[in-house]
Design a protein around this ligand. Structure first.
Ligand code: ADP
Ligand code: MG
Length: 371
């Protein structure tokens, strides 16, 4: 189209090697649906559960949950790679050579920006961010440090505590370690046992009797040899979206939302997150003006404490006395149509397609390298 501005070439990266593969696919499906094709030239790139990169279909309906079946990246699709070499020309396809021997490489062209819609290890943890820095391709969201720091609940708590935020009592257990008697006393029952670098509540249990601790540690260690044992916080579960501002001002916080779980597990476990109706979302949360303001302020402080960029979802507990404990910071929150992050921004006046536009604009403005 003569005269029209060149479309921004965006690669949506999804799937991946983590247990949150399917969730990432569903998130990608809704982002693909929201991207305005007049403005964006979209390339979908899937990462299989064993780490192979393939060209995905950019048909969003292929990436939805159908009849309770979770989507996955199709391993038989055309292999692609993004070399960590800025002079290599961006995305390349790896096709069987005409000679029948080995692979031919086909240049698929530059990419202006990547939306790494990956959750969990090998995606949300700084690894993909490192590759994109190497390749000098701008990307949506936090850089290497913040991504890695937020993924590891031990180091996340250290940084949040250093910034003066309350994270509640906890103990870190390395492989082979268990709680000492004094630690049990300090934490008290119940406790939550969780993988240090997990997500989607996979491997998390609530322990109401010390006799059940060993089983809970085993379940958490199936995901990660390093485990956190936390005192159970009594309070309301509140989430808050944070977005970097486009004009260099303070990051902005969305209206907070509340999650109330009514299932027998009694907490926001995998089942409650993705498969059951035993959960209620109040968007925005029914909190006093004062508590709402405090949650938003703490969310921005947590974002800054970890040196986040672009976006984050900060999850907190509000105790009955109004005090706030930060539970975690997610640097690539879920983006499914029912995910909290886009819904909280919707309630704050920023609709899904505008939210995606803003994230892409922030990524391009930031570029790569030190900032
Ligand atoms: N210390 C805690 N006190 C009370 N509930 C908790 C605690 N830690 C986790 N939970 C419950 O478990 C859920 C998942 O824990 P979280 O740390 O957010 O892990 P993930 O990174 O997998 O989402 C929380 O949403 C909450 O319902
Ligand atoms: Mg969580």
């Amino acid at each position: 189209m003569p005269g029209s501005p060149r479309r921004i070439r965006i690669a949506v990266l999804y799937g991946g090697r983590s247990t949150e593969h399917a969730i990432s696919c569903v998130s990608a499906g809704s982002v693909l649906r929201a991207l305005d094709r007049q403005r964006y030239d979209v390339v979908a790139v899937g990462i299989t559960p064993d780490g192979r990169w393939v060209l995905g279909s950019d048909d969003p309906s292929a990436l939805a949950v159908r009849d309770d079946v979770l989507p996955a990246v199709d391993a038989a699709a055309r292999p692609v790679a993004l070399p960590g070499d800025p002079t290599a020309g961006g995305l390349i396809a790896l096709d069987p050579a005409a000679s029948g021997q080995g692979l031919d490489t086909v240049d698929l062209g530059d990419v202006d920006v990547v939306f790494p819609l990956l959750h969990g290890p090998f995606g949300e943890d700084g690894t993909v961010q490192g590759l994109l820095e190497m390749a000098a391709v701008p990307y949506v969201g936090s850089g290497v440090f913040a991504s890695a720091a937020a993924m590891d609940k031990q180091h996340m708590k250290t940084l949040l505590t250093a910034a003066g935020l309350d994270v509640g009592p906890y103990v870190v257990l390395r492989a082979g370690q268990t709680l000492m008697a004094g630690e049990r006393e300090r934490l008290g029952l119940p406790v939550f046992v969780k993988p240090a670098r997990g997500g989607s509540s996979i491997g998390i249990s609530r322990v109401d009797a010390w006799d059940d601790l060993a089983t809970a540690l085993k379940a958490a260690r199936a995901a990660d040899p390093k485990v956190l044992v936390e005192a159970a916080v009594v309070g309301r579960e509140i989430e808050c979206g944070v977005l970097e501002s486009l004009d260099g001002r303070e990051p902005e916080a969305s209206l907070p939302a509340e999650v109330t779980v009514t299932s027998s597990a009694g907490f926001y476990d995998f089942e409650a997150k993705y498969l059951s109706d035993a959960v209620r979302f109040d968007i925005p949360a029914n909190l006093s003006e004062e508590v709402t303001a405090a949650v938003r302020e703490i969310a921005v402080r947590a974002f800054d404490a970890l040196d986040c960029a672009g976006l984050a979802r900060v999850d907190v507990f509000v105790r009955p006395d109004g005090s706030i404990v930060v539970n975690e910071v997610n640097t690539m929150p879920g983006f499914t149509p029912t995910s909290m992050f886009p819904q909280m921004w919707g309630a704050t006046g920023l609709e899904y397609p505008r939210l995606v536009d803003r994230l892409v604009a922030l990524a391009i403005r930031r570029g790569t390298g030190l900032r």
